[in-house]
Design a protein around this ligand. Structure first.
Ligand code: S3P
Ligand code: PEP
Length: 426
């Protein structure tokens, strides 16, 4: 059941028995979108395997094509070849539509600013509501002209380069994507790039990931700066998506089953593999190998007090697990997720309360107290992670329905089919 065949509301039934299975998940959204951009800026032709095909990565495929890269797609083989381009040699205006994808938009804006021509960046209504101001200011400092025809710091934006690079200040507390995007364009700036953070950085593992993908394409970067140079084409294998894995690992903990996510080894580039550490603190058994991670549930789950600033895409998943624990769970450090696809703190608390669960919103997170979810049709706010997380409440409780399940297409079109298969439901 891919998202095209999903109904407008999906009804989910509880599992009949705890799952005991291994799942193969689609490629990482974050790595796919970094590798596509680095390949597009590289000299030569790169081959990427394990590529995720979802709305966010299709947005990036469209964006690098607009930049001038030549892209060949073999979706069945999860492979893309990319012949790179030098945007500094570009002529003529381009426009890029990032749809709902934060990574595509915040990675593309600095790349567009490498071009000595006008590039327009826009997205859908949800992305238009998200902040871009820090990147706009940084690109101006680095030498670009940026027009903000709608609202300051919001899409649509028009950028005209080329940026010359150098030193720039950037706040870190809203999103790490501003920094990742600037770093990836950095080597193609005349003077390279040095970034000074003016506030504490959130989502730090994503910047480490950026530096790792850049290094795989031949450019050493330290997470706060990069020297002038060129990316080199390469063959690059993309790991399965660790944020997507959180739903399956959580399902094992909630049902008392055992689920292995193949391909997510101890050397993973994705910070979200650390969601398993949180499940372990709650009492689940976790085994980590070179080629996969396994969670085994069974005993009671304890509530935890946890800072999720590094792994915030899994906070809603944890909210669903917390419902099944034997004490309260307090999540901290994630005030910035109010500016994702929706205000995720408000959304998760509102929906849990709709099901009769005692949940409370804080400025920097939420508290969830254990309970038995009542039959509920959940709103998803057009947020794929609301849909995927709330569906976990159906594993042990009848009468759970998810409104607009098609929003999972942003990062995981086959989510509902894969979850049904893994938990042996029709
Ligand atoms: O760089 C990335 O690939 C991402 C960074 C995170 O965003 P923020 O840095 O805005 O928290 C994360 O939520 C998003 O899904 C992907
Ligand atoms: C926040 C997310 O995505 P992005 O910022 O890339 O739109 C996400 O995938 O949960």
């Amino acid at each position: 059941m891919s998202e095209n065949s999903l109904p407008s509301v999906i009804a989910l039934s509880p599992v009949e028995q705890p799952p005991d299975t291994t799942v193969q998940l689609p490629g990482s959204k974050s790595i796919t979108n970094r590798a596509l951009l680095c390949a597009a800026l590289a000299e030569g032709t790169s081959t990427l395997t394990g590529v995720l095909f979802a709305d966010d990565t299709r947005a990036m495929l469209g964006a690098i094509t607009a930049l001038g890269a030549q892209v060949t797609v073999d979706e069945a083989a999860a492979t893309v070849t990319v012949r790179g381009t030098d945007p500094r040699a570009a002529a003529g205006p381009v426009s890029v539509f990032a749809n709902q994808s934060g990574t595509t938009a915040r990675f593309l804006l600095p790349a567009l600013a490498l071009r000595p021509a006008r590039g327009v960046l826009d997205g859908d209504a949800q992305l238009r509501a998200r902040p871009f101001g820090p990147q706009v200011e940084a690109l101006r400092t680095l030498g670009a002209r940026v027009e903000e025809p709608a609202e300051a710091g919001r899409l649509p934006l028009a950028v005209t380069g080329p940026v010359h690079g150098g030193r720039v200040s950037l706040p870190g507390h809203l999103s790490s994507q501003f920094l990742s995007g600037l770093l990836m364009a950095g080597p193609l700036m005349r003077d390279g790039l040095t970034v000074e953070l003016t506030s504490a950085l959130v989502s730090v593992p994503y910047v480490t990931m950026t530096a790792a993908v850049m290094a795989a394409f031949g450019v050493p970067a330290d997470g706060l700066g990069v020297a002038p140079g060129r990316y080199r084409a390469t063959e690059y294998a993309i790991e399965p998506d660790a944020s997507a894995a959180s739903y399956f690992l959580a399902a094992a903990a909630i049902t008392g089953g055992r689920i292995t996510v193949a391909g997510l080894g101890t050397g993973s580039l994705q910070g979200d593999v650390r969601f398993a550490d949180v499940l372990e603190r709650m009492g689940a058994r976790v085994s980590r190998g070179a080629d996969g991670i396994t969670v085994t549930g069974g005993g009671p789950l304890r509530g935890v007090d946890v800072d999720m600033a590094d792994i915030s895409d899994t906070a809603q998943t944890l909210a669903a697990v917390a419902v099944h624990a034997d004490g309260p769970t307090r999540v901290r450090g994630i005030g910035f997720i109010r500016r994702k696809e929706t205000d995720r703190l408000a959304a998760v608390v509102t929906e849990l309360r709709r099901a009769g669960i005692d949940a409370e919103e804080h400025e920097d997170g939420f508290t969830v107290r254990p309970g038995r979810p009542a039959p509920t049709r959940f709103d998803t706010y057009g947020d794929h992670r609301m849909a995927m997380s709330l569906s976990l409440l159906s594993l042990r409780s009848p009468g759970i329905e998810i409104d607009n399940p098609r929003c999972v297409a942003k990062t995981y079109p086959d989510f509902f089919a894969d979850l049904s298969r893994a938990t042996a439901r029709a």
